[in-house]
Ligand binder design. Structure first.
Ligand code: NI
Length: 261
């Protein structure tokens, strides 16, 4: 199998001590590429240098996560400048979006919506897909995407309903959902329903490593070498062969980024 992890954070401190052996372990598990997604401007340099160190393994997405949307204007301008500068080195703008989980003040929400829109427009200008993070903000995320209509959207770690999924599939852009370790959790009833219903062509495999480790390793550090467990669960929910699912998801990622891996 040739697996692509479309969403991880292997530049995280959690991998500082043993990254080369983690990459090796991933390759042995059939993972051919992993896309590091930025959260903050501080992550940009780390992500780009990992891509330089492991050019045949890492791909990069640069963007400002909603939790950093309240940073000052100059910080955000510098981030957008960096994204422009590295547009040809990256495969997506991400992760960007809305997260109303920790701070529900009207000012923060308004700021997050503005920063989300600004980055969607930047991605459109640069002809790059976007990777979206949405938490406790299903409807607002949907409304902004419906208005802005970026051409390619990966809604990472999808946590919405089956009904919302159907609404997304009606919109005129290439829509994908990222499926990771959560689908293996016993109590993850809704996402299992979503995975049964969504067209196979709209699924991307992801980890969000070091977080969201699949069962039976839940609670330990996650890394892309656990992705076969996620593919196995998707295959069994859809009653398909795991090789066939793996092949389809690899193809989906290549089409999404417009790159062969
Ligand atoms: Ni993430």
């Amino acid at each position: 199998m040739r697996i692509i992890d479309t969403h991880c954070h292997l530049y995280d401190e959690a991998f500082a001590a043993d990254l080369p052996s983690v990459v090796e372990k991933c390759r042995l598990a059939g993972v051919v590429s992993a896309v590091n997604n930025a959260d903050s401007l501080e992550a940009f340099g780390k992500i780009l240098s990992l891509q330089e160190r492991f050019p045949d393994f890492f791909l990069s997405a640069l963007g400002i996560h909603p939790e950093f949307a309240t940073k000052e204007d100059a910080y955000l301008e510098r981030a957008y400048e960096e994204i422009r500068l590295h547009a040809s080195d990256i495969v997506a703008v991400g992760e960007i979006g809305l997260d109303y989980h920790y701070d529900r003040s009207p000012e923060t929400k308004a700021r997050q919506r503005k920063v989300f829109r600004d980055q969607i427009r930047l991605a459109k200008e640069l002809s790059l897909p976007i990777v979206v993070h949405s938490r406790d903000a299903d409807q607002e995320t949907f409304d902004i995407l419906r208005e802005e209509l970026p051409p390619r959207v990966d809604l990472h770690c999808y946590s919405g309903s089956v009904e919302l999924l159907r609404e997304y599939l009606r919109l005129p852009f290439r829509f994908s959902i990222g499926i990771g370790g959560v689908v293996t959790f016993k109590n993850a009833r809704v996402i299992k329903e979503v995975v049964k219903e969504v067209p196979l062509s709209s699924i991307l495999s992801e980890t969000d490593a070091p977080y969201l480790t699949p069962t039976p390793y839940r609670g330990q550090r996650n890394d892309p070498s656990y992705l076969p467990l996620v593919l196995q669960e998707i295959a069994s929910l859809r009653q398909r062969d795991v090789e066939e699912v793996g092949k389809a998801l690899h193809h989906n990622a290549e089409v999404f980024y417009g790159r062969e891996r």
